[in-house]
Design a protein around this ligand. Structure first.
Ligand code: WTA
Length: 657
């Protein structure tokens, strides 16, 4: 452990030495073999572009890079819906399920084949045409996890209408802000959504939002729960009425030829304080990037696998790895409407067993919830169909990784920890399951054709072991094409720290084997007595203790050390909080990392504050630790959690060293 004030941008101290090489059997059948890394970057993407996508007009130039803007597959024309739906039917796979949908209410199930999907999309695209949606019409979509959500997205792409999907948990203000920013003319929504046995009033929220977004001239409303909702004459249309008598024959609504660089969708990401950024994704590069990564990383065997990405389509993960990547590859996917703990905490495992899921992709936050609930829920079900597990969204603590592999993957399945962002569109740093020797907590290597690195403040590469800033050094097909309507902010956010190099905003280190370890957002790095310590390392040391399910750490000001570490800890179901436990946890961190990383305070709490996409909000924890008024709480999934933590912190269930 270092004792002097360090020179590194971020100090790294936690050592994880377990390794998992791929089994021979997995490696032999894998889509990606070791030589995939030998291929030249241009040759790799050229081949992927030509082979993975079907073109109306092939591209003439691979890419053009005028920093900070890239263009890919220049001169080509294609259609996303054609690639995701029509071509599979044309090639004789119409009877293959695209989605195995499970509603949240008991017993609601639907199988949607590629032929069904084609009919549904054509019918709905024709319905949209009847209210004036065509090439270039901006459309907002505000729905739950129903099959009609991908149908609506695909219908837009069929017509060449760019969409923005707004997560169904967002408020009227968030929805209207996005619709105004994108100048949306049409909104697609539903009466209500099911969530944990109760209903979420989507149409009511949409009405409020449309009140503040006068540019929205029409809405289409899917009947989902069947409860009464107000409909405004001339503006609001029932989905089923608009489809009445409309053709579902593909020739009645041909796929619009789109240029490679035509706008496909905007996905808004909320910064912690500022206005959300409309991240721009275009047609060909995005589709190629997500299809290619999906094929190699998830090792998809199109005709054998049952793939399940248990995210929400309202986030980029759902766009890329529930809708566009898997459909482009002709996969069969599970689509689940509800929450993991309804009606009971084994719902996911029941689904895995029922459909024989072979590939599961989820987030560390979900894995840690399952850890907290205990492995007995998974043990009720036969999970032997699983052959590959994936993780995304946050750094995964080594113990959570091991738990996932052991209790869900039966200690057989590879685990792929995939690093990427809304902005990158596709996975960027990841193991390839038949090639990479994985390490719990490491996202391992850049995907073939991706050039990533770790820089110090001044833009020099940081050597093995040292922590710094994660950067991407050359363009990639699915990269963002800017922030919608805000060139200055695009340049400032991603391209001002280093020249012509993309700054991701995450800390990372590369070990001696060239494997990447993600250290969390750089804004969360703590400075204790001159040591720049990443939150994830202390959190992982805490989660390494057998009684801890989840931990979040942040820093508060301290007179002697500059900053002191405060930890918020959730214990596993049966464990009890006590003064002895506090001392034990502190010692555990000292043993795993070093005394410098010992939390000054520990607060036990049953829940941590998270965003609706499951990321821990350390900014709020800092406010609590410093007894400041709380900053913006609108993106919190459950605002009650913070007041609970505030009162626990104040009532002395925390402890000072
Ligand atoms: C974090 C989600 C560590 C990271 C696809 C990134 C991760 C942000 C990982 C993007 C991972 C995502 N390991 N951190 N495997 N995956 N992140 O835009 O901080 O919702 O910058 O995209 O999540 O979040 P976003």
């Amino acid at each position: 452990m270092a004792t002097e004030t360090s020179q590194h941008a971020i100090d790294t101290m936690l050592l994880e030495e377990r390794t998992y090489p791929p089994t021979e059997e997995f490696a032999r059948r894998a889509n990606a073999k070791a030589d995939i890394y030998d291929e030249d970057f241009e040759a790799f993407w050229e081949r992927e572009g030509r082979e993975r996508l079907s073109w109306f007009e092939p591209f003439s130039e691979l890419y053009e890079w005028e920093p900070p803007y890239a263009k890919w597959f220049i001169g080509g024309t294609l259609n996303v819906c054609f690639n995701c739906v029509d071509r599979h039917v044309d090639e004789g796979r119409g009877a293959k399920p695209a989605y195995l949908w499970e509603g949240e209410p008991a017993g609601e199930r639907r199988e949607i084949t590629y032929a069904d999907l084609q009919r549904d999309v054509v019918r709905f695209a024709n319905a949209l045409k009847s209210i004036g949606v065509g090439k270039g019409t901006p459309v907002a979509i505000y729905m739950g996890m129903v099959p009609e959500l991908p149908v609506a997205m695909l219908a837009c792409t069929r017509l060449g209408a760019p969409h923005t999907v707004v997560f169904g948990g967002f408020s009227a203000d968030s929805l209207s802000g996005r619709m105004v920013d994108m100048k949306c003319e049409v909104l697609i929504t539903q009466d209500e959504a099911w969530r944990r046995g109760s209903t979420v009033p989507l149409k009511q929220t949409a009405d409020e939002a449309m009140g503040d977004a006068p540019g929205v001239r029409a809405s289409v409303v899917l009947r989902r729960t069947g409860n009464d909702v107000p409909m405004q004459d001339g503006r609001d249309h029932w989905w089923h009425e608009l489809e009445d008598g409309v053709s579902d024959d593909p020739s009645s609504c041909p796929c619009e030829p789109m240029a490679s660089e035509d706008l496909l969708f905007l996905m808004y990401t909320s910064g912690t304080t500022a206005k959300p950024k409309g991240i721009v994704h275009t047609t060909a590069g995005y589709l190629c990037g997500v299809a290619s990564t999906h094929h190699y990383i998830f090792d998809l065997k199109r005709d054998e696998d049952v793939y399940w990405c248990a995210a929400d389509i309202g986030w980029i993960t759902g766009h890329s790895y529930i809708v566009y990547g898997p459909l482009c590859n002709g996969a069969t996917s599970v689509l689940y409407e509800g929450t993991p703990d309804f009606p009971d905490k084994d719902r996911w495992w029941e689904i895995v067993e029922r459909y024989g899921v072979t590939i599961l992709y989820t987030a560390p936050t979900a894995i840690r919830s399952h850890m907290k609930w205990g492995p007995e829920f998974a043990q009720r079900h036969d999970l032997s169909s699983l052959r590959l597990l994936g993780s995304v969204g946050e750094p995964i603590n080594p113990e959570a990784w091991i738990w996932y592999r052991e209790h869900i993957g039966g200690d057989r399945t590879p685990v792929v920890d995939t690093w990427w962002q809304t902005e990158t569109g596709m996975v960027m740093i990841t193991p390839l399951p038949g090639v990479t020797t994985t390490k719990p907590g490491s996202a391992t290597k850049p995907f073939p054709g991706v050039d990533a690195g770790v820089f110090d403040e001044r833009g020099n590469e940081v050597g093995p072991g040292g922590g710094g800033y994660l950067v991407l050094k050359r363009p990639w097909p699915a990269m963002l094409r800017g922030i919608f309507g805000d060139d200055a902010r695009y340049r400032e956010t991603y391209w001002s720290k280093y020249e012509n190099v993309y700054f991701a905003g995450d800390g990372a280190r590369i070990d001696r084997d060239g494997d990447f370890w993600l250290l969390g957002r750089v804004d969360d790095v703590m400075n204790v007595a001159g040591h720049r310590i990443s939150t994830i390392e202390v959190e992982s040391a805490l989660v390494d203790h057998h009684d801890v399910a989840e931990a979040a750490v942040c820093s508060r000001k301290d007179a002697t050390t500059g900053e002191a570490i405060v930890a918020y800890v959730t214990l596993k179901g049966s464990a009890e909080a006590s003064v002895e436990k506090l001392a034990e946890l502190r010692d555990h961190v000292a043993k795993k990392i070093g005394p410098i990383a010992k939390p000054a305070n520990i607060v036990f709490t049953p829940e941590l504050p998270k965003t609706r996409s499951g990321k821990i909000m350390r900014r709020l924890l800092r406010d609590v630790a410093e007894e400041r008024p709380l900053g913006d709480t609108t993106t919190l999934a459950d605002p009650a959690v913070v007041s609970e933590i505030q009162s626990r912190a104040a009532s002395g269930s925390s402890d000072e060293v």
